[in-house]
Design a protein around this ligand. Structure first.
Ligand code: GRG
Length: 305
């Protein structure tokens, strides 16, 4: 058990380093735009973070195809989802939203660069994600049709019907009036949708069949929900050093969370139920290499950061 945990941690560290190398050069150096904006983008992109979503893109490609070239082809999309995720964190930390001073163990983007530049850095990252997907289509391995399907998925899952909608519902909800069904909506969209996107995109690049894409989607929704419930738990009982920001922010902001609505024990049981169901779904889809995704699901349930 301890050996398996060490092995997945080694894999995550190695993959995160590859993703970070891609992110360092993701905006062409010859593009002419204000240095401060470039610094603000790279400040947050290179602030660390677990890189779970890009790693999911790569692991999903690996689950579908034995050819390492299919995994290599997925890097621009891995970068795209980290750009979207990082923009969402920068905007979420703004005074108008969660008003946080620390993220990934460093002062938040607006604390360093000011609100206006932080907003624009988020805008730039969001837009650049779509540029990265266009790059995928320029590679011979990935068809324009596949890239178009990835653009469509990202527009839905990161947009109004996806992460942005989930964030809006979260901001509009409050303790005392938000039901469990509404909380599920929030978690499913605010958190699961980017994870689901990552898995589907990796699958698409590696040539997944429609039933395999469907299985990756079901797996993503469930582990995404479990990931967010664990996030709610860490906000209550996590170690600030490890998670890189203050704990108890949900309580201080009267946020509705799983532990608040159903209690800590039930929340932990729900994480286990969702993870088991996700793994079963994946196993029934006959993927060539599901092992890494199954290990990632287990790792996420037990994460402490
Ligand atoms: C501003 C449109 C918009 C959306 C914001 C990301 C987000 C939506 C809100 C941040 C708060 C939060 C708890 C979101 C749920 C998703 C989540 C658990 C984010 C943290 O992801 P990790 O743990 O972070 O992967 P790192 O830093 O490791 O990348």
């Amino acid at each position: 058990m301890a050996e398996a945990r060490q092995e997945i941690q080694h894999y995550l560290k190695e993959q995160a380093q590859h993703v970070e190398e891609t992110l360092r050069h993701i905006i062409p150096e010859e593009w002419d735009f204000p240095v401060k904006l470039r610094e603000a983008v790279h400040y947050s992109l290179e602030a660390g973070g677990k890189r779970i979503r890009p790693i999911m893109v790569l692991a999903a490609a690996e689950a579908i195809s034995n050819d390492p070239a299919d995994v290599d082809a997925a890097y621009p999309v891995a970068a795209a989802i980290e750009l979207i995720h990082t923009y969402s964190l920068v905007h979420d930390d703004l005074p108008a939203m969660d008003d946080d001073d620390f993220r990934r163990g460093k002062p938040t983007n607006h604390k360093v660069f000011g609100e206006a530049v932080a907003i624009l850095a988020g805008d730039a990252m969001l837009t650049h994600a779509f540029y990265c997907i266009a790059l995928v289509a320029k590679q011979k391995r990935v068809s324009a049709e596949t890239a178009l399907a990835i653009v469509e998925d990202l527009s839905v899952l990161a947009g109004a019907a996806g992460m942005v909608g989930g964030q809006a519902a979260d901001i509009l909800g409050e303790q005392g009036s938000t039901s469990l069904a509404e909380l599920n909506y929030i978690h499913l969209h605010k958190t699961s949708d980017l994870i689901t996107f990552s898995l589907k995109a990796g699958g698409r690049i590696a040539g997944a069949q429609p039933h395999q894409i469907e299985a990756l989607e079901g797996f993503g929704q469930r582990i995404g929900l479990a990931f967010q419930i664990q996030d709610d738990i860490l906000d209550l009982i996590g170690d600030e050093e490890k998670i890189g920001k203050k704990t108890n922010s949900d309580v201080n902001q009267n946020k509705v969370t799983y532990p608040y609505l159903i209690g800590m024990d039930e929340s932990k049981a729900e994480i286990k139920r969702l993870t088991d169901e996700a793994k079963q779904l994946l196993l029934s889809a006959n993927l060539v290499n599901p092992q890494r995704l199954l290990e990632l699901a287990d790792y996420l349930v037990n994460r402490d950061r």
